[in-house]
Design a binder for this molecule. Structure first.
Ligand code: ZN
Length: 72
């Protein structure tokens, strides 16, 4: 086992997926969170649609943004 590099990319939130995240899914569960609150799931290209479908089906999904955010 190697130490993770300090520059290691964030990893997809899908269970068991080791891929670097390229998307951030911003969501809110109104039963648990105040309206301004945003939870973040990270997703690779492959899991972006399944994770956003999961959140969207529950009306939790608020935004999908590139991750990491482009500099500047
Ligand atoms: Zn993934």
């Amino acid at each position: 086992m190697r130490e993770p590099a300090a520059t290691a990319p964030d990893v997809c939130s899908a269970k068991g997926c080791p891929a670097p995240a390229t998307w951030a899914l911003l969501w809110n569960n109104p039963a648990l969170h105040t309206p301004e609150r945003r939870k973040v799931w990270l997703a690779c290209d492959e899991h972006r649609s399944s994770l956003s479908d999961f959140l969207g089906a529950r009306s939790f999904l608020k935004d999908v943004e590139p991750h990491p955010e482009p500099a500047g």
